[in-house]
Write a protein that binds this ligand. Sequence first.
Ligand SMILES: Cc1cc2nc3c(=O)[nH]c(=O)nc-3n(C[C@H](O)[C@H](O)[C@H](O)COP(=O)(O)OP(=O)(O)OC[C@H]3O[C@@H](n4cnc5c(N)ncnc54)[C@H](O)[C@@H]3O)c2cc1C
Length: 305
Amino acid sequence: MAVVVVGAGIAGIACARELAGSGVPVRVLERARAVGGRMASRRLHGRPVDLGAAYFTARDPEFRAVVRGWQDAGLAREWTSELAVLGGDGGRAAGPVRYAAPGGLRSLVAALAEGLDVRLEHEVRRVGPGPVVDGERADAVVLAMPEPQSARLRGLPMPVPGWSPVIAVAAGWSRRRWPDLPAAFVNDHPVLTLVADDGARRGDGAPVLVAHTTAEVARAHDAHPEGAVSPSLDALRELLGIDAEPEWTYAHRWRYASPGRPREEPFHLGADGIGEAGDGWGSPRVETAWRSGTLLGRELAATLQ
Ligand SMILES: Cc1cc2nc3c(=O)[nH]c(=O)nc-3n(C[C@H](O)[C@H](O)[C@H](O)COP(=O)(O)OP(=O)(O)OC[C@H]3O[C@@H](n4cnc5c(N)ncnc54)[C@H](O)[C@@H]3O)c2cc1C
């Protein structure tokens, strides 16, 4: 038997790494065709575009060491510590260093997953006491995903308040037609909350923007996410003065983008051997998800050894 980790986002992969590093046999099951979860980079028109997390921060000292490893390998780079603010009074917002990945954020999770037993395109349907994963016993099970998804797997009621959705709209032009951002928070806007310059983020200067919609717009276009493209382009025109139609667009829906009420504990581990980790266990960020998975892996390794 082994520990089964369900979900190959950064929380699940961090957890599996911690377990494998302690000599505990572990298998990761992921329903998608690739690892990364919401650190999602899709190849669009010849280059990766980040459609989930816009960037990440590294306040946690242990996570900073992981980030340094990515930097040394040329996978991650410091991007910016200042974002523009659009809407409201405008201006710039200073903050911590935001990191980006030349190959897309997914490449970072892929690097962490190297050497692990990860089974892709394997959707888990039921997890129950035992613990049992789709009828098979495991030493322990880790559900590393948004809580509405783990609740469904366990047959539990949906958490209240629920998670908020986002639609990410990517658009490419023939040339850059906007001022230096490199990314912008959009305040008090009915359609958008954030715009990121994907060419600046990636470092290749490609004329590609990614806009994140408000939860209201994402809910309104849940069944047909491409319906969010037109209002998002109108908003980009208004906010950035872009006066030309893009050459291409792409919309991706995140039904569970961020938790309504993050938990205060860093993870959950029940007496039934079922654990939960992810960015719902703290503030909803990449580094929180990494930390949550890592700490749960550490706890499980100590319990199982
Ligand atoms: C639009 C958007 C913008 C964001 N911006 C930022 C940002 O700027 N900075 C930042 O730090 N964070 C940001 N985040 C949050 C960040 O992406 C998350 O905190 C982090 O990626 C969560 O990782 P995770 O491993 O907890 O969950 P996920 O990445 O969601 O991983 C869960 C995995 O479980 C898999 N899965 C689910 N159900 C099953 C099943 N039944 N069987 C098998 N596999 C299953 C999924 O396919 C997925 O791969 C953003 C997120 C979104 C969506």
